[in-house]
Write a protein that binds this ligand. Structure first.
Ligand code: ADP
Ligand code: MG
Length: 339
């Protein structure tokens, strides 16, 4: 860099620092909620207020966990799973809206996203290596069908048309919680933040003049990244077959269930979706994992607000049209700089 450029650069840094309050700093807190690590990072001028903002986000995650967890007996979701095949059950507006949204994603993804996957999914225990027998899967397969869920708008009630139907919002709830958390931070006038909940993250603003760098984990090598995405003001979700799984007789049993087979979807290793909010990227990453590379990428290329990075089960990486354009653009910019 020539001396004038260095001087200009230092001046920029100086001006940058003057614009920020003296005590402003990054605050980062982790907590285990919803069976995963929640990380909140914010840029704040006041440490106490910053911590309070992060605590509010964590409390929101706890609230949603209490409402939506299939592991908590008193959650609204558990109550529905116990009662809704007997009679219509009235539920909160928030839960009702999430069910409506989940069913919209079922329609959009041609049935790949289906919260009734739990009718079989709840018979797996990945930590203990427990799976239902093939016979049981075949007997229960017809229970996976979102159309068995009857929504009754006048009463905000839900009825399951078949006994044995169970639902689970594990494919959308963390993304929704991340979006709620971002909203709380915006209400407190936070301008730069990251909230991540396992595979679902959303970025508010940039990383103070630079993009955030979000890594896509290499599915078969815990220690390395398959790619790093420079992002700001967007959401990103990854669904993979390496988070919750066990192997038996050479078969990998993991937590993303194809509604057609009642078994783990097995054509991909990971799907990363980039989009405007984490509810959408969460639901779509799970869905595309099930749809597979060809139908999945076709859907993403049809939607104009989302992009995808897909890693198939040979480890080959493919990207949606918008990302390929971006990569080409960056390559030609680099070529011009080298001239
Ligand atoms: P993670 O929960 O690790 O972030 P994903 O976003 O990929 O992973 O979602 C996987 C979760 O989605 C599963 O743990 C399960 O709760 C739920 N799920 C599995 N299969 C389906 C499906 N066909 N439709 C909707 N949700 C699903
Ligand atoms: Mg998901």
């Amino acid at each position: 860099m020539c001396p004038e450029r260095i001087g200009f650069f230092l001046l920029l840094l100086l001006v940058g620092n003057l614009l920020h309050p003296v005590n402003a700093a990054w605050i980062s807190i982790d907590e285990a909620i919803m069976g995963t690590k929640i990380n909140v990072q914010i840029w704040h001028s006041d440490d106490t207020q910053g911590q309070a903002a992060i605590n509010a986000v964590m409390e929101e995650f706890h609230r949603l966990d209490r409402k939506l967890s299939p592991y908590i007996e008193s959650s609204e979701l558990s109550l529905l799973n116990r009662m809704a095949a007997n009679k219509p059950v009235s539920i909160s507006d928030e839960f009702y809206q999430l069910l409506e949204l989940s069913m919209d994603y079922s329609e959009l993804t041609n049935g790949a996203f289906d919260i009734t996957f739990a009718s079989i999914g709840h018979q797996y225990d990945y930590r203990k290596g427990i799976k239902p027998s093939n016979k049981r899967i075949d007997q229960s397969l017809s229970l996976i069908q979102y159309k068995h869920i009857q929504l009754i708008p006048e009463k905000h009630a839900v009825f399951f048309k078949r006994p044995g139907v169970k639902i689970d919002l594990g494919g959308i709830a963390k993304g929704y919680a991340v979006d709620r958390g971002i909203k709380l931070l915006q209400q407190r006038d936070v301008k730069h933040a990251l909230i991540s909940a396992g595979g679902d993250s959303r970025l508010l603003g940039d990383h103070m003049g630079r993009p955030w760098h979000i890594g896509i984990q290499a599915p078969r090598d815990r220690k390395s990244m398959a790619a790093v995405l420079p992002l700001a003001d967007s959401a990103v979700s990854t669904s993979g077959d390496y988070e919750r799984y066990f192997e038996r007789d050479g078969v990998r049993y993991h937590h993303i269930i194809s509604p057609k087979t009642g078994r783990s979807a097995d054509t991909l290793q990971s799907v990363t979706i980039i989009g405007p909010n984490a509810t959408r990227t969460d639901a779509l990453s799970t869905s595309i994992f099930i749809l597979g590379a060809s139908a999945g990428m076709a859907l993403i290329n049809r939607l104009n607000d989302v992009e995808a990075v897909i890693i198939d089960n040979q480890g080959n990486i493919s990207t949606s049209d918008g990302l390929a354009d971006l990569a080409n653009q960056q390559t030609s910019e680099a070529a011009i700089e080298h001239e």
